[in-house]
Design a protein around this ligand. Structure first.
Ligand SMILES: Cc1ncc(COP(=O)(O)O)c(C=O)c1O
Length: 384
């Protein structure tokens, strides 16, 4: 992980002496001054190699993007004002009317919503694929299939896809593969090494880690970098430098934070597996997970987000009393931050889905003491 801690010479000078800080300065600005008229002319004709305006991504954004790109083994990384905007930009870059896309059944809700409500309006056909899909994806590919969008593990229901089998088939047919890699972070999965073309993260989650900003990031391989770059500059969906600074700072401690999230989540998940009221614990790192072997093959570690179901089919009121009596778990969307959070909901997936009709209780295990979190959960279980 030293790629993200690696020291850079962010230096300036004053009074003839070099001023060097460990971290880059937050470079805010709209106008970028050219050194001379020739440079301005080059910018006007699109031949200037540097940044010509604030929307091109100033130095703090570039520092974050470069650090992130090293971590993903990518060719180009772009930061976006949110995870969903990184996802939307990627769809906009690579699809057009008449194309078909294959969309994994378990993707983040607003990703599916964008596809069905916006992309479909522009004539892109969306076909749903199973959330645990592998080589059998071949049967759903047509001459018009342009892009396959994966989310592994799904951030609500935690299915794993066979990324290697999918990218092999897709690359033979020149189909672009995109993955939402938010759960694993680049520390636990490097999708581009497995043949994926674009890896996307909601940096709002573990990358930032403090639940105090929204940011997205997309990393592209060499094959698609020029197209992605050109589209990025047309949409000008750049990110503010203060958030880039915080995200870069988040990267420096990602490894230690993620280890703590992972360790506590395993402790709590294993404890829940033995709990009398709990039916299934849905965590890809547990042997009981249906795609655990696939997960072990491709992932080097786990995050702190997983779910469980109850043995009994409790009413919404019962679920409410369980959730409301927790003191340490905040009731809120999102995850990946230092505070433990809980959500509860029912999900629909295609095919024979074993959790159909059940309340899935999703836990974001934060950086609190795992023993305290278990004690808090136990008190809430007693309410049931
Ligand atoms: C898996 C996943 N991808 C993308 C997003 C969107 O990220 P953002 O909230 O930064 O727009 C989320 C948000 O919860 C998510 O869980």
């Amino acid at each position: 992980m030293s790629e993200t801690i690696g020291w850079h010479d962010y230096s300036d000078s004053h009074g003839g002496k070099k001023i060097t800080t460990i971290n880059p300065a937050v470079q805010s600005g709209s106008t970028v001054l050219f050194e001379n008229y020739e440079d301005m002319l080059a910018a006007q004709s699109g031949e200037y190699p540097g940044v010509t305006y604030g929307t091109g991504g100033l130095a703090t954004q570039k520092a974050f993007e470069e650090a992130f790109c090293r971590l993903e083994n990518g060719h180009t990384t772009k930061a976006f004002p949110s995870g969903i905007s990184a996802i939307i930009n990627t769809f906009m870059t690579f699809t057009q009317g008449g194309d078909e896309i294959l969309l994994c059944d378990n993707v983040y809700g607003p990703t599916a919503r964008f596809c069905h409500k916006v992309l479909a309006k522009y004539g892109v056909k969306i076909t749903s694929i199973a959330s645990d899909v592998g080589g059998e994806i071949e049967s759903q590919i047509t001459d018009k299939t342009k892009l396959i969008f994966l989310e592994s593990p799904g951030s609500n229901t935690f299915e794993i896809q066979d990324i290697r089998a999918i990218t092999k088939i897709a690359s033979e047919r020149n189909i672009i593969t995109v993955i939402d890699n938010t759960w694993a972070t680049p520390l636990h999965l490097k999708p581009l090494d497995l043949g994926v073309d674009v890896s996307i993260h909601s940096a709002t989650k573990y990358i930032c880690g403090y639940s105090d900003l929204l940011m997205g990031v997309a990393t592209v391989n060499k094959k698609y970098a020029a197209t992605f770059d050109a589209f990025y500059h047309s949409l000008e969906n750049y990110t503010n430098p203060h958030d880039c600074y915080l995200a870069l700072r988040g990267l420096r401690t990602l490894e230690v934070r993620l280890k703590a999230h992972e360790t506590s989540a395993y402790e709590i998940a294993r404890w829940l597996e033995g709990h009398e009221l709990v039916d299934k614990v849905i965590h890809p790192g547990l042997a009981s997970h249906p795609q655990h072997d696939l997960w072990k093959r491709d992932y080097t570690g786990a995050a702190g987000l997983f779910a469980f179901t109850f043995k009994k089919n409790y009413s919404v009121e019962h679920i409410g009393s369980f959730v409301n009596s927790l003191n340490m778990f905040g009731l809120g969307f999102s995850w990946g931050g230092f505070k433990s959070l809980i959500t509860a909901g029912k999900f629909k997936r295609g095919g024979e889905w074993s959790h159909d009709g059940k309340h899935l209780i999703r836990l974001n295990i934060g950086l609190e003491n795992a023993k305290d979190l278990k004690a808090d959960l136990e008190l809430a279980f007693q309410k049931l």
